[in-house]
Design a protein around this ligand. Structure first.
Ligand code: ADP
Ligand code: MG
Length: 441
């Protein structure tokens, strides 16, 4: 295995942000003495810790897959010397706090492809970056995974930084860690000074505030302070404020108060434009035929499209294969097969139940209330489309007598897809969640 091979595999498996920020730095050092340890180097401890916590398993998996070994993974700091206590403390706080907000430089408005599916969110984001705190406060961007929420949020940040604004970009998780760290170290003044004095506060994936009561409390005050001082707040979420369970009413109503902007799954033209742009940026040359093939066969998320382009690039530029329509067709076939093998019936039940506010057990019962019947139909349709299960398998899993009712439900769903736009959009949204395995139980 070489560093290059490992990186090209990782690039496919992890988010672009993480890859660009952290994993790209990895250098694989062959361990001379034994096969039980694989040593990697990076340049700083923060990155090493991050990779260790989040990606150890994937790194191991790579070795298992390609060299049939399962070494333990060690991540070292290149050229490390003994560090002073102060340095160690500083880095500890850096890891737990987010003083070091780094924005991905490539997430800009220029690199964002605008189409009907995201025009509103894009326009609102531009407006907010141009005049923070004046219009649309808060701006609440919501939509499924991999559709560009983080990209837009960071584009606002990059733009505002260029205008010398004081910007904080954090995920809810970072905000929470920062908060807990400050409590522990009795350093709340510092925390408040930081979060309440910025010009723009950009918080990613706000749905994860769910159930975090003390963090919600603190965030409520942060929000009010910023809002009263006409400072801009931008939030992203995978769902509407009203749909986030375990979130205080007063926060919901604050979030509802500004502008809510939905990013949808891109329509064909936008997908084509995105593929053109991304392949150009990555120096991949694709024929019109191939571009259209990818656009018509991937309908899940932009992240998925990027993943495919990276694969094509790996096979084409790195392995020297010709990039033909045939090769792309095979590659997509493999991907779809892998996805199907990874999705299990309980995943579908749980995600549908969560999104539609139905109990998972009701979906597997014989209950006949309208929402349960509709929900069950949705589960059946998605199970057929997204997994390899046969109709009898699905019937059995849902506790139905035989597969004829499964087949009736599928016909009915197909009928609805034709004439009911809402139903179709809802299915797409659920598909996106299931494929991205967003469990929330
Ligand atoms: P989300 O935060 O909604 O899950 P991201 O913002 O992380 O999604 O987007 C996933 C990937 O897709 C990113 O690499 C992003 O640059 C890209 N992407 C999404 N939408 C667009 C778009 N309209 N134009 C260009 N790139 C996009
Ligand atoms: Mg995101």
């Amino acid at each position: 295995m070489t560093t290059k091979e490992i990186l090209s595999y990782l690039q496919n498996e992890v988010s672009t942000t993480d890859f660009e920020r952290y994993l790209k730095q990895l250098v694989y050092k062959k361990s001379s003495s034994n096969d039980d340890i694989a040593v990697f180097e990076v340049h700083n401890r923060f990155v090493a810790n991050y990779i260790k916590t989040k990606y150890k398993a994937i790194l191991q998996e790579i070795f298992e897959k390609f060299s049939d070994t399962k070494p333990s993974i060690e991540i070292k700091i290149a050229g490390e010397r003994r560090r002073s206590k102060k340095e160690i403390m500083d880095e500890k706080s850096m890891f737990t706090t987010s003083e070091n907000t780094i924005l991905n430089q490539s997430y800009t408005f220029e690199s964002f492809v605008v189409g009907n599916s995201n025009k509103m969110a894009y326009t609102a984001s531009k407006a907010v970056a141009a005049k923070p705190g004046v219009q649309y406060n808060p701006l609440f961007i919501y939509g499924g995974t991999g559709l560009g929420k983080t990209h837009l949020l960071q584009a606002i940040g990059n733009d505002a930084i260029d205008k010398n604004k004081n910007v904080i970009y954090v995920t809810v998780e970072q905000f929470m860690n920062d908060f807990l760290f400050s409590i522990k170290n009795k350093n709340m003044d510092h925390f408040r000074g930081k979060y309440r004095k910025c010009d723009l506060l950009l918080i990613d994936d706000i749905q994860f505030l769910s159930g975090k009561e003390s963090t919600q409390e603190e965030f409520f005050h942060t929000f009010n302070e910023l809002h009263n001082n006409k400072k801009q707040i931008v939030l992203t979420s995978d769902k509407l404020p009203s749909q986030i369970g375990g979130l205080e009413e007063r926060l919901k109503s604050r979030f509802e108060h500004g502008l809510k902007s939905h990013i949808q799954i891109p329509e064909l033209e936008t997908k084509i434009a995105i593929i053109e742009k991304k392949s150009e940026l990555n120096g991949i040359v694709l024929t019109r035929e191939i571009i259209e093939y990818i656009a018509t066969h991937l309908d899940n998320s932009v992240r998925e499209i990027e993943g495919v382009l990276i694969d094509i690039n790996a096979r084409g530029n790195l392995l020297g294969h010709e990039i033909s329509l045939e090769m792309v067709k095979n590659l997509l076939k493999e991907k779809i097969k892998d996805t199907k093998e990874n999705i299990k019936l309980p995943d579908i039940i749980n995600i549908v139940a969560n999104e539609l506010n139905i109990k998972p057990s009701d979906l597997r019962s014989s209950k006949r209330t309208k929402n349960v019947v509709d929900g069950r139909r949705t589960v059946i349709y998605l199970a057929r489309e997204l997994t390899h299960n046969s109709m009898p398998d699905i019937a059995k899993f849902l506790g139905m007598k035989d597969h004829s009712s499964v087949s009736k439900n599928i016909s009915k769903a197909n009928e609805l897809i034709e004439k009911d736009e809402d139903f179709r959009l809802k299915l797409e949204h659920l598909k996106n969640k299931i494929i991205n395995k967003e469990y929330q139980n």
